[in-house]
Design a protein around this ligand. Structure first.
Ligand code: ATP
Ligand code: MG
Length: 336
């Protein structure tokens, strides 16, 4: 089993990223027999307008955040794409296999380009091919994906299959078809300002999310100001139907405490948010406190962060080399 997953280093890590993805990455380090590769998708950041200084700082910040959350660079391969040129190289090689029709169907391009299709970057259109390269390069067997990324993983499988069909013999395929990996506890956390929108790095309102770098006062303030309704909490999960904001806060509590929603409601059912919010705030402060302290500490040591990324990238380059060489060879490209 080999797991590969990435995160864009734009914006700061929030509770949704942590509960929905990173916490699972951390436990995969113990559960997966084989290698875990986690990368910062800095090349993907070029698909949207971006500020170079912010990308540079964001890459270091995200590295510190991942390590603070428990990604262990001694056990997992942690790196940024920009230090492993095999990623964009393989993307170009796969561009010959990917079909326009396949990319035209990607809903994320439609969502992110919005009405300005003509003004969108070419990178935004071909981004899913780079994502395919990200995982195929390492012969990933499993890719942890959220709902929003399922279509891109399907595309990676289509590309791998067509490439194998066109350029490899049946008994010696060049690429492994990666399977989606659905973690046992994958929480989907919503915005604190709107129970129908997901918590996200790119939401302009900082009050909509809890950042892993928020200090205790900020965490408590954000929880207390979170949108809710005037009703007390129900005593069972069915009572949360039609109350997305209440459901979100209870789900956050449950995910952080590793309990189910029913068990949280058996404790807090009948109580109002005046009692529940401070309890949730305390729980978050207690859980995130050590992570945020470690994060601040790591951020101060630029050299250590550079070294983590350099070491991870060296391992990734080595692991990528055979597949990249095989791809060139299969395509008939002479390399001396
Ligand atoms: P952006 O707004 O820039 O897309 P994001 O907050 O969606 O940022 P990503 O870098 O796109 O973050 O996603 C990183 C990982 O976190 C992915 O695995 C994604 O599925 C997961 N994730 C993002 N937001 C949430 C959320 N609200 N709840 C659970 N998981 C989430
Ligand atoms: Mg996203």
């Amino acid at each position: 089993m080999r797991v590969v997953s990435g995160i864009q280093p734009t914006g700061s890590l929030h509770l949704g990223n942590y509960l929905g993805a990173i916490r699972n990455w951390v436990s995969m380090q113990d559960e997966v027999e084989g290698e875990c590769l986690f990368f910062l998708a800095d090349l993907h950041a070029l698909s949207m307008p971006h500020d170079p200084a912010a990308l540079r700082a964001g890459t270091l910040e995200m590295t510190a955040a991942l390590v603070a959350c428990g990604i262990d660079p001694a056990r997992s391969i942690l790196f940024n794409q920009a230090q492993v040129p095999a990623h964009p190289e393989l993307q170009w090689l796969l561009n010959g296999t990917a079909r326009m029709g396949w990319l035209n169907r990607m809903t994320q391009f439609k969502d992110k380009s919005g009405k300005n299709r003509e003004g969108a970057s070419v990178a935004l259109f071909t981004y899913p091919v780079l994502q395919a390269a990200d995982v195929l390069l390492y012969q990933a067997t499993h890719v942890p994906v959220g709902e929003d990324q399922k279509q891109h993983l399907e595309l990676a499988r289509d590309i791998a299959q067509k490439f194998n069909n066109d350029f490899a013999s049946e008994d010696a395929p060049v690429f492994t078809l990666p399977e989606p990996y659905i973690p046992p506890e994958a929480a989907r956390i919503m915005s604190l300002r709107d129970g129908s929108a997901k918590m996200s790095k790119s939401d302009p309102s900082d009050m909509s999310r809890i950042n892993l770098s928020d200090d205790p006062d900020t965490v408590m303030k954000k929880v207390k100001k979170a949108k809710t309704d005037p009703e007390p909490l129900p005593s069972d999960a069915e009572g949360l139907a039609g109350r997305p904001e209440a459901l979100n806060l209870v789900s956050i509590y449950a995910a952080v405490a590793r309990r189910d929603v029913g068990s949280v409601l058996s404790e807090y059912g009948g109580q109002g948010f005046g009692a529940f919010k401070p309890a949730l705030g305390e729980l978050l402060i207690e859980t995130l406190g050590p992570i945020s302290e470690r994060f601040t500490e790591l951020l101060r040591d630029r050299e250590a962060l550079d070294a983590i990324l350099a070491t991870g990238a060296a391992k990734a380059r080595e692991m990528a080399a055979p597949t990249l060489a095989e791809t060139y060879r299969a395509l008939g490209l002479l390399r001396g």
